[in-house]
Design a protein around this ligand. Structure first.
Ligand code: HEC
Length: 98
């Protein structure tokens, strides 16, 4: 039983918490992105900001989709964790904040 618990915890740490079906862009951001990109998209020492003051404002959606899907530098790939629709939803949330 203990072992099962340990494996479960390891799995959660490795994959991050799962996004519930039908989560809004904001919920997906809070679950999957904010630990690196920060609350309010301001960035942390782990990752650049994505808000109005960031360089990301000038980059297009194709670049953003590619980055989120495939990863870039130390940004992890979300190809397995999120569906294409969820990626568009979280991107929509980020654009709405800018
Ligand atoms: C483990 C930390 C981490 C997590 C979690 C993370 N990112 Fe990133 N992200 C990064 C880093 C680091 C970069 C900068 C990569 C580079 O350019 O080298 C980045 C870059 C980006 C960029 C491009 C920014 C630019 O100006 O080029 C976007 C868009 C982005 N992330 C969106 C997201 C979204 C959406 C999520 C959640 C689904 C997310 N990230 C989760 C670390 C993370």
């Amino acid at each position: 039983m203990r072992r099962l618990l340990a494996v479960g915890i390891l799995f959660l740490v490795a994959c991050g918490p799962a996004v519930p079906d039908g989560a809004s862009g904001q919920e997906i951001y809070e679950i999957s992105c904010s630990r690196c990109h920060g609350d309010d998209l301001v960035g942390t020492r782990l990752a650049p900001g994505l808000g109005l003051e960031s360089e990301f404002v000038d980059k297009d959606d194709a670049y953003a989709t590619q980055t989120i899907t495939r990863g870039r530098g130390s940004m992890p790939s979300f190809e397995r964790a999120l569906s294409e629709e969820e990626i568009q939803r979280v991107l929509g949330f980020i654009r709405d904040q800018q």
